[in-house]
Design a protein around this ligand. Structure first.
Ligand SMILES: [Zn+2]
Length: 293
């Protein structure tokens, strides 16, 4: 594969505005792609109609542009990919590891993996899909992968995650299946937050079942405040559009462990960032404390 075949991506869900945590994922994926001469694409993960916020996809694009980040080609929307998700569902059913689950949320243990009580309802074909059921997939016991930032990961997904939903009761594709299929088919590099490490393990299992080549994964630390609380609870998490953009970029750059760069404006920030970026300098921890410039 030549460098020009490499593709990175940023894939926000349109459930709110761009916040500092998502700016970190955008910056890290952008710099990793640009430092290698790879393409950087923007994909809106808008399959969850009920959770989507009207106007959010446009506001995310406007924020990225205001922060000086442009993406290659057309905006990609998962809502246009329903055919590939349907095909992947059929292939997963062919493996014999998909089952109908009629459990309601109330019947399931809170905060623990699915206990597997519907596993006997395995499907032989799409004709076996029941109207009022979600479809779950039985995962292998463990998944191992070499993360570009966090190192070797061994995730006991059967215990930690359980049988994941691949198709929802409301007949929408699940985030796990949609994300796995799109990342395998369209990307070679995925850089995102370490809160998604176990999701990555589940998505790698889906790619294995589908005989798809996985992208290279790198998980950056999740930003926390001085009390070790996720930044999403913080006022700074919500309003990056109102913050001074160049100093916010410098705060993100510093959080990502990169050596200081001195630049006069946003466009020269990105030119310097692409040439100075070192993935190996990103902190090798799932969480890290942020301090704003
Ligand atoms: Zn069930």
């Amino acid at each position: 594969m030549t460098q020009s075949d490499s593709v990175g991506r940023f894939a926000p869900s349109p459930t709110g505005d761009l916040h500092f945590g998502s700016l970190l994922a955008a910056m890290a994926s952008f710099c990793e792609a640009h430092s290698k001469g790879a393409l950087w694409r923007l994909r809106i993960d808008d399959i969850d109609g009920p959770r989507s916020v009207v106007g959010s996809a446009e506001r995310i694009q406007n924020s990225l542009k205001a922060y000086g980040m442009s993406w290659h080609g057309e905006l990609i929307s998962q809502s246009n990919h329903s055919e590939r998700y349907q095909r992947s569902l059929s292939s997963l059913i062919d493996t014999g590891f998909v089952f109908n689950c009629h459990c309601s949320r109330r019947q399931l243990p809170q905060g623990r993996p699915y206990p597997g009580q519907c596993r006997s309802n395995r499907l032989r074909s799409v004709d076996d899909i029941k109207e009022d059921c979600a479809l779950r997939l039985i995962l292998p016991a463990t998944i191992e992968f070499d993360d570009g930032v966090q190192g070797i990961q061994r995730v006991a997904i059967a215990d930690e995650v359980g049988d994941i939903i691949i198709w929802r009761r409301d007949k929408l594709v699940s985030y796990s299946l949609a994300c796995a299929v799109d990342d395998a088919l369209d990307c070679t590099e995925v850089v995102r937050g370490a809160d998604l490490l176990s999701s990555t393990a589940a998505q790698l299992a889906i790619m294995q079942y589908l005989h798809m080549t996985p992208p290279k994964y790198s998980h950056i630390p999740v930003a926390v405040d001085a009390n070790n609380d996720k930044l999403s609870k913080h006022s700074k998490a919500t309003a990056i559009d109102d913050m001074d953009k160049l100093s916010t970029l410098h705060s993100a750059w510093k959080f990502l462990g990169q050596r200081p760069i001195t630049v006069p404006d946003i466009s020269s920030f990105w030119t310097a960032a692409a040439s100075h970026w070192q993935l190996r300098d990103v902190p090798h921890s799932p969480r890290a404390q942020v301090s704003f410039e």
